[in-house]
Design a protein around this ligand. Structure first.
Ligand SMILES: [Zn+2]
Length: 223
């Protein structure tokens, strides 16, 4: 999917104290200098689906659907905001020798599982988009847009974590499927171990109301 951080620096650092581009080598150095940022990153990643599943970002989400995290401090003017999947690439041992575009093989913009990430060029990224944007059963076909999808999944996971820890996988799958245009025609499989997008039907929505952005943010300290 499109990795907008490479093509649009303003979008990458939307809301950031300082708008500037952060190439991979610089990001790697910054993470070495700020171990507290690594800890903050780890606290905001949901890995409950296992190594072969999406690792959803539970922190702040940009309008492009990507996770984002502040590194450094506003008080000393050292703060920058980096995209969570690029941090995941660095922490996962990805090549940081050049400033590559980091793409999602899974198209799930808030996913930070290094196994789902791949380095490439802008041309590769564009080719990904062209090849997969019409898939109605994938993230790029979500009627809520990538940011809406990412925030819905985050809300579902935060809600499940607080109230029904055993249903996190199911909650994430339901939230993901709720935005698929033809999801209502699919079959709902209630057994969590069998829930694997895009099988889950979107016709059945969670009985609880999704959290608002503010509510989700307030829950973060509990995670
Ligand atoms: Zn993924």
């Amino acid at each position: 999917m499109i990795d907008t951080d490479h093509s649009n620096a303003a979008e990458q650092f939307e809301g950031a104290p300082r708008r500037r581009r952060l190439p991979l080598p610089a990001l790697a150095r910054l993470l070495l200098e700020h171990p507290e940022a690594v800890q903050a990153f780890e606290r905001r990643v949901w890995t409950g689906g296992g190594g072969g599943s999406h690792w959803y970002w539970l922190g702040a989400i940009s309008d492009s659907g990507h996770g984002k995290l502040q590194i450094g401090s506003r008080s000393d003017d050292s703060a920058v905001v980096a995209l969570a999947h690029r941090i995941a690439w660095v922490l996962g041992g990805g090549d940081c020798g050049s400033d590559a575009v980091i793409r999602h093989d899974c198209d799930e913009s808030s996913c930070v599982n290094p196994a789902d990430l791949r380095a490439g060029s802008m041309a590769d990224n564009s080719a990904d988009w062209v090849a997969r944007r019409h898939r109605l059963d994938g993230p790029l076909g979500d009627v809520r847009g990538l940011a809406g999808r990412a925030r819905a999944i985050r809300s579902a996971l935060l809600e499940a974590t607080a109230a029904r820890p055993g249903e996190q996988v199911l909650a994430a799958a339901r939230a993901a499927a709720a935005g698929q245009p033809f999801g209502a025609q699919l079959t709902l499989l209630e057994a969590p171990e069998r829930v694997c997008p895009p099988i889950l039907g979107a016709g059945v929505r969670p009985s609880w109301a999704p959290l608002t952005q503010a509510e989700a943010d307030n829950l973060l300290p509990l995670w």
